[in-house]
Ligand binder design. Structure first.
Ligand code: ZN
Length: 140
């Protein structure tokens, strides 16, 4: 079995911004030369997440609106009340609900994504950030 661990750095704006990273993941899987196995995509933060969606303007707006309903910006959060200067309680909550990792099976040297599936990073923070995403390919 082989393991290849790579990283992906992204500059994000926050506020529910959605960025597609599918081409970066395809590139790292191809570079690993692994034909059959899995790729794990893991975001090392607590105010952004990783997932799969159809990248179409309507679904982007719908997902952003749904996350805003789950953790509204203006609501009261203990994270903000208990930590002076913190204003991103909603960001932590949205990120926890969204999740920080994704596993995709690999066959024939390619991730087995469905026709419309795109891998995305969604950033919930209240300010721009530099994000690090670990991309670990395992298999043979
Ligand atoms: Zn915080």
């Amino acid at each position: 079995m082989a393991v290849a661990t790579g990283r992906l750095k992204l500059e994000t704006q926050g506020g529910g911004q959605i960025l597609e990273i599918t081409p970066d993941i395809l590139k790292q899987v191809a570079a690993s030369k692994i034909q059959r196995g899995t790729v794990t995509i893991f975001l090392t933060g607590t105010t952004a997440g990783v997932g799969v969606m159809e990248m179409e303007p309507g679904t982007v707006k719908d997902l952003q609106a749904a996350m805003e309903r789950l953790g509204p910006r203006g609501a009261a959060y203990q994270h903000n009340a208990m930590n002076a200067g913190e204003t991103n309680g909603h960001s932590h909550l949205q990120a926890s609900l969204f999740g920080q990792s994704l596993v995709v099976p690999i066959e024939g040297g390619k991730p087995m994504l469905g026709t419309w599936q795109r891998i995305i990073v969604m950033d919930f923070d209240s300010r721009p950030r530099t994000r690090e995403i670990v991309v670990q390919t395992m298999g043979e």
